[in-house]
Design a binder for this molecule. Sequence first.
Ligand code: UTP
Length: 296
Amino acid sequence: MTTPTIKAVIPAAGLGTRFLPATKAMPKEMLPVVDKPAIQYVVEEAVGAGIDDILVIIGRNKNALANHFDRVTELEHTLEQKGDHGKLARVNETSALADIHFVRQGDPKGLGHAVLRARRHVGKETFAVMLGDDLIDARDPLLSRMIDVSLSRSATVVALMEVDPSQIHLYGCADIEPTDEADVVTIKGLVEKPSASEAPSNLAIIGRYVLKPEIFDVLEQTPPGKGGEIQLTDALEELAGDSEIAGPVLGVVFTGRRYDTGDRLDYLKSSIQLALDRDDLGPQLGDWIKQLAPML
Ligand code: UTP
């Protein structure tokens, strides 16, 4: 069992251009998946892994995110007066989840740059990075396994998932070799968004990382890479190439359920899948899908 003392960092300062115009005035991490914003699932996942200190990296549309995790006294008061205790509990649960802090990224210069903004808050400890638009099903725990692997092997750990070769150009891709544990691999190198022919494997980096504080010095020196952004993958590639810096870089291969809510089609699938799994919505939604399917 893990007893993590680690903090989590949730970068949520990207422009979310794939979701325009919905993300013009709202971060994509606030898009609702059934009835909760995507980021709330991620915060709940962190809390489920024993983490109670979370830093959210926010961008230009900071208010919606900060307000969501704050108390809303008028709403609480109205629900209290109406005696609607169910809804009141749902409103309050977001502000009581964990100790949530916010820091501005300023210009969105890439995921690596966003992570660097966490340096002061994280200090000299191992920490988790969880992408706010990437959901891992609560029934398939991943983060606690990654923390165990990181602490027991003093390693940087990234989450990997097998993807179809036609999709690898959307991800960071890992060049790996096996270890003595079936779900753990050693990462020899990483390539950001390779073409299918350049990809060293079909193992893609998904949005969970357990990083050691040495990553900050590496990120400070990392020049802008693909898309002119400071890429976390490039800093990890540097660590993977020199284990003297911070020990090995390992991958935990995830085979559970993951929902990428930053992509429009995956967002729709995620919403439907998670609603189908719910007792209050699933049966009726399932019936409607069955009626609709023969007409497609
Ligand atoms: P993405 O590349 O998926 O986010 O970044 P994006 O740039 O917002 O998306 P599109 O492609 O324009 O639709 C992965 C994660 O890193 C965060 C994003 O918010 C997302 O959670 N991010 C990205 C930052 O916090 N800052 C950045 O400068 C870039």
